[in-house]
Design a protein around this ligand. Structure first.
Ligand code: URA
Length: 427
């Protein structure tokens, strides 16, 4: 077997055999296949696709490249959630302790942000003292004690995906359904969760810009999970505008705590509860009541214990940015668009995100929204507040927001997109 014949086969539109897939993933993980060869293969897959059987084998090979975790010693059923990534998507923060408060164990292995979407670990690191890195033993201990844990995936979990994802990120090969589905599902299946709910984002701030491709991605991932014995469902959710009223690390932690305290923006509460119900159903706990756990403070208790178990101080003030700039509405009317991608890019340029994975992020940087699509606004009223420690970033962030906003006359009937657009489960 050699890399060139595998690359040529996919370049010329053939399907890869099981033996070719097993060999290339294993040889790439061991460093025998070079990054430039894997880049060429990733581009051939990006352009020519893979069929369901190839995707299943590719996923299995990536799972086999590393260790598999085992939560069978826990007395509670396990449930996990994965989002394909969006702007202002802080849902994991209130969701994990909420689902734990309702009786499931939530092993949430999360990532960092790259590009315009934020990362859960970067957000939680805004909390003084909080640590993302836990050994497998510590992770199991927090899970057993508190019921939920949010931490970085260990080096041993799907190492083939770690290498391949970093390569795709710099070779323009991220937005491919076979590569996204196998990347996400190899990590989730290796993690060992019993059930999984996928939040597949659709819209300008997501990888999938339209409903049809989001449905195809969701159905592919639901199929992969189910075939590996993980009870998997997916919600397709709107990402045409940011979730909630904040995009940026500490800003999003603050908003998540508001949700756990029984308040917070309506869309964040609605999506948190919809995903919680899916997770509890999939975990075999359909009678649990997440709305009650939010309202009566039990979810907040779990949050505080979860943060403290990882060295964080849930009472410490969150960092804030040194400089602010207010963007005002330029017209009277109803806001019909506040573009998710533009806001994500602005937050990233203000310092909330990173360009290379070793770059630091600013905890206090980001964008705060004062209105959402569907709201009536008056010219001159504050629409956004930009936060950063580096005021030279304002001009660059404002450029990202150039075409972000649209208005219609006040008399226009305008209904914003619903948060949950569709649900996909294996028939
Ligand atoms: N998230 C992942 O883990 N992998 C992808 O390919 C895309 C998003």
């Amino acid at each position: 077997m050699d890399a060139i014949s595998v690359i040529r086969a996919k370049r010329d539109g053939s399907r890869l055999t099981d033996a070719q897939i097993d060999w290339i993933i294993d040889a790439y993980t061991r460093g025998e296949v070079a990054d430039e060869q894997m880049s060429a293969l990733a581009m051939a897959i990006f352009l020519n696709g893979m069929d369901r059987a190839e995707i299943a084998r590719w996923t299995a090979a990536m799972i086999a490249s590393g260790e598999r975790m085992d939560f069978s010693s826990l007395p509670r059923p396990t449930a996990d959630k994965h989002s394909t990534g969006g702007v202002g998507d802080k849902i994991t923060l209130p969701l994990a302790p909420l689902v734990a408060a309702c009786g499931a164990a939530v092993p949430q292995l999360s990532g960092r942000g790259l590009g315009h979407t934020g990362g859960t670990l970067d957000k939680l690191e805004a909390i003084p003292g909080w640590r993302a890195r836990l050994s497998n033993e510590d992770m199991l201990a927090v899970l057993g004690d508190v019921g939920s844990v949010i931490c970085a995936a260990g080096e041993g979990l799907a190492p083939a995906d770690k290498k391949l994802y970093a390569l795709r990120d710099v070779t323009g090969t991220v937005e491919s359904i076979p590569l996204i589905a196998s990347s996400i599902m190899s990590k989730k299946i290796a993690e060992g969760t019993g059930s999984l709910v996928l939040d597949v984002k659709v819209g300008s701030g997501a990888f999938m810009k339209d409903l049809d491709s989001a449905r195809e991605l969701a159905a592919t991932m639901v199929g992969l999970g189910t075939d590996h014995g993980v009870r998997t469902t997916a919600l397709l959710t709107d990402m045409s505008t940011p979730l909630g009223l904040t995009a940026g690390n500490a800003l999003e932690v603050r908003e998540s705590v508001e949700v756990l305290a029984g308040g917070g923006p309506a869309d964040v509460v609605e999506l948190t509860l919809a995903l919680a119900r899916e997770m509890l159903d999939a975990a075999g706990l359909p009678d649990a009541d997440p709305a009650k756990a939010l309202a009566d403070g039990t979810a907040m208790d779990h949050w505080r214990r979860m943060i403290a178990a990882q060295g964080g101080d849930p009472d410490a003030p969150l960092p804030t940015a040194r400089e602010h700039h207010v963007v005002t509405a330029t017209a009277d009317g109803v806001l019909t668009r506040l573009d998710a991608y533009a806001v994500g890019l602005a937050a990233w340029r203000l310092g909330a995100g990173r360009a290379r994975k070793e770059d630091p992020v600013q905890a206090g940087a980001g964008v705060e929204l004062h209105a959402k699509p569907g709201d009536h606004v008056t010219a001159g009223q504050p629409l956004l507040t930009l936060h950063t420690d580096t005021p030279s970033a304002f001009a660059y962030a404002l450029e990202a927001l150039d075409d972000a906003v649209a208005y219609a006359p006040r008399t226009t009937e305008f209904t914003p997109a619903p948060i949950v657009l569709d649900r996909i489960a294996r028939a």
